[in-house]
Design a protein. Structure first.
Length: 317
């Protein structure tokens, strides 16, 4: 059984601490989830209570995945406490390491993110860049996967990254079941930009939600950004601006993401030929689907199908 070890640091956020158990624990006993601290002693939460756990750092070498939830921003520092450094040093090479929100600061302080892409809460992006200039920070996304290290943005992005791991490990069908159990969407569109404070739009302004819904029902068509703008009755420029404000991604990028998501679902749940799947999701040819899928997750459609139809492993990327 895949063991997930959650490392609770001093000042841990209680909500984020509970995310791994809630998500992985809903995957029908496919994961074992355990919690530890750097010394086995209780830690204070960022609320008005202490958290007591049964395990210390001896769990870390046994983990297949280690998750570091968010901790109090007042404790953020470019210097890492010795007990934390010793605990992180106990993690086996090749172990999957995941941070939620401010947990990325601890990974960066330990040097685990140097030269790598990473993310954290958008409000802390300037502080992060100042402390850790060697990290390739992208504050616009909900989470980033770079090999065996994943970083996620604030709070609910911890749910997003955990669901992504379930999907990578066991396929979309299991991930969708977990999402339904947790009463959350299987994945969210766009990035953090949609949650950053924006000027209040004009009361009479139009949104893009109806057009997004229409696009999802018509993915088989060769839709363009101009088609979406026409449906929304906006100019291309106005539509693109409002779409990015609402979703956090460009219309073209969002459309490609939706097509790939539908294609992955069909690859996992049907025996349709690749060219038929390409047509159903709006890619002109099977070659176009192969190109986009490989760019997104690093595998070809047939390799993806073999992996997730059998449930024997995870696709690369």
């Amino acid at each position: 059984m895949h063991r997930v070890v959650v490392l609770a640091l001093d000042g841990v956020y209680a909500f984020e601490l509970g995310i791994p158990q809630r998500v992985f624990g809903s995957a029908d006993d496919r994961y074992e989830i355990m919690t530890c601290t750097v010394d086995g002693a209780p830690v204070r939460s960022n609320a008005d209570f202490m958290i007591s756990v049964e395990h210390g750092p001896e769990l870390l070498p046994t983990a297949d995945t280690v998750i570091i939830p968010a901790f109090d921003v007042e404790l953020i520092s470019p210097e890492i406490p010795d007990p934390v450094m010793r605990a992180l040093g106990m993690i086996r090479p090749g172990t999957r390491i995941v941070s939620i929100c401010t947990g990325a600061f601890m990974l960066a302080a330990a040097g685990l993110l140097d030269g790598r892409p990473a993310t954290t809460h958008w409000r802390l992006a300037d502080d992060f860049r100042r402390m850790f200039p060697a990290v390739q920070l992208d504050p616009d996304v909900l989470f980033i996967e770079d090999g065996d290290v994943l970083t996620s943005a604030g709070a609910a992005s911890g749910i997003d990254v955990c669901l992504h791991l379930v999907r990578s490990d066991h396929g979309s069908e299991v991930a969708n079941q977990v999402a339904r159990c947790c009463v959350v969407p299987p994945f969210r569109d766009g990035g953090q930009a949609q949650y950053i404070e924006q000027p209040v739009p004009d009361p009479g302004g139009q949104g893009t939600a109806a057009t997004r819904a229409w696009a999802l029902e018509n993915l088989h068509r060769p839709l363009t950004v101009a088609d979406l703008a026409e449906h929304a009755r906006m100019s291309n420029r106005t539509f693109a601006r409002r779409f990015r404000d609402e979703v956090g991604a460009s219309p073209g990028r969002w459309l490609t993401h939706q097509r790939l998501a539908r294609a992955r679902q069909l690859l996992e749940t049907t025996d349709l030929p690749i060219d038929q799947i390409a047509g159903q999701v709006g890619f002109a040819t099977a070659a176009s689907l192969r190109q986009h899928l490989h760019a997104a997750i690093g595998v070809a459609p047939l390799a993806y199908r073999r992996t997730f139809r059998t449930g024997t492993g995870a696709a690369a990327g």
